[in-house]
Design a protein around this ligand. Structure first.
Ligand code: NAD
Ligand code: WQD
Length: 341
């Protein structure tokens, strides 16, 4: 079965292409390269032994999107393409709503017209807003505090209404907690442009000498050591979760349509200092850090109840914090400046 992977040259999409290929699906990548390198194609070929077909185009280009679906006989779409920086979204809300919401609506119009009615959507734990209870399950109230998070909430609402209006549609929203790590090959990984917003790439760049030290955004939270706690999930476990969810829904008559949402997390929280310590162990490098004021908008603690995915389609995260840090380190030392060099 051929599936279109929008944003497939990005961090999560590229890793999911490996998992899809290994499960016997045929991923076709669709990416405008706004936040990725075309070199990912060759890296994926080294890892899988297969040169995936790809289209360089924007998901908002209806003609290009329709051509991709028709020319490759696409049966389903894995939708990773989006802008994802929370801070940037507060400065450029319209750009985020245009790219993440309006362009998704454009995609859905084309898919409907071509009778391709299976969509797996990259959602985010950010749709839960400030946790009202922990661990967070799929019944937790939905809200957000920033345009990026609202863009995910809005698309999830579109998917729910779409499935309600047309019983041929299958929509699956996968709510990622904190994806980290890299394929064990060390050939692909996260390479944010500019100064990393996220913790793990910043730690990795500090360990390899690209950054002088890491700022710990607050050590006065109500957590074990005062620093923020998150549910970090290995990117390869996350990729496997996409394949397992999709395969389950394809193969179970009662679940072949409708709107579904699942948390993809480990159910375990680690603090900032836990991550720094684990990375030091993995890299053999002492990582300098300085405590800084809290980052605006940050929450103290967040981790998943991922039992619905486990009970429904048998998925659970397998890779621990040591694998997350060791695999990140292998990627960081192999490609200190990402794939751009
Ligand atoms: P990424 O930036 O590495 O990948 C996104 C890809 O989409 C990039 O290759 C980019 O070039 C492409 N893209 C963006 N807009 C496009 C457009 N209009 N047309 C075609 N291609 C376009 O980001 P990622 O970390 O891989 O995230 C993938 C998805 O997962 C996003 O939807 C993001 O919101 C979601 N997500 C990410 C995280 C995280 O921490 N990384 C957490 C939760 C959810
Ligand atoms: C993790 C912890 C920080 C950097 C974000 C988005 C979310 C999703 C995942 C897209 C926090 C601390 C961080 C640093 C630090 N992305 N930190 N120093 O904020 O949980 O989630 O990425 O969907 O929407 O909000 O991840 O990695 O930025 O922060 O102390 O230099 O590390 O305060 O406690 P976050 P993060």
């Amino acid at each position: 079965m051929k599936v279109l992977v929008t944003g497939g040259m990005g961090y999560i999409g590229s890793h999911t292409c490996i998992a899809l290929h290994n499960a016997g699906y045929i991923p076709v990548i669709y990416d405008n390269l706004s936040n990725a390198s075309i070199k990912v194609i060759d890296q994926l070929a080294q890892i899988t032994g297969h040169h995936f077909d790809y289209i360089v185009a924007d998901i908002g280009d209806k003609t290009a999107f329709a051509s991709a679906i028709k020319e490759h006989d696409i049966q389903a779409v894995f939708h990773f393409a989006a802008l994802k920086a929370v801070g940037e979204s507060t400065e450029q809300p319209v750009r985020y709503y245009q790219n993440n919401v309006a362009n998704t609506l454009s995609m859905i119009e084309v898919m409907t017209a071509l009778n391709v009615k299976k969509l797996i959507f990259s959602s985010s734990a950010t749709v839960y807003g400030d946790p009202q209870y922990l661990p967070i399950d799929e019944q937790h109230p939905i809200s957000s505090t920033n345009p990026y998070g609202w863009s995910k909430v809005m698309v999830e609402q579109v998917l729910a209404d779409l499935a309600q209006s047309d019983d041929e549609w299958l929509t699956i929203a996968l709510r990622y907690f904190n994806p980290v790590g890299a394929d064990q090959s060390g050939l692909i990984g996260e390479s944010p442009k500019g100064i990393p917003n996220n913790l793990m790439p910043f730690i990795a760049q500090t360990a390899v000498g690209r950054r002088e030290y890491i700022s710990v955004f607050g050590d006065d939270y109500d957590t074990s050591d005062g620093t923020g706690v998150r549910d970090y999930i290995h990117i390869s476990d996350l990729a496997d979760g996409h394949v397992d969810a999709f395969t389950y829904h394809l193969n179970h008559q009662h679940a072949m349509t409708g709107c579904h949402a699942y948390n993809l997390g480990t159910g375990e929280g680690y603090s900032v200092l836990d991550m720094i310590k684990a990375f030091s162990t993995a890299s053999g490098v002492d990582i300098p850090y300085q405590v800084a004021p809290r980052r605006s908008g940050d929450i103290a603690c967040n981790y998943a109840d991922a039992n619905l995915a486990k009970e429904t389609f048998g998925w659970q995260a397998k890779r621990d914090i040591n694998a997350m840090t060791a695999d990140t380190w292998r990627w960081q030392t192999s490609y200190p400046n990402g794939l751009e060099d």
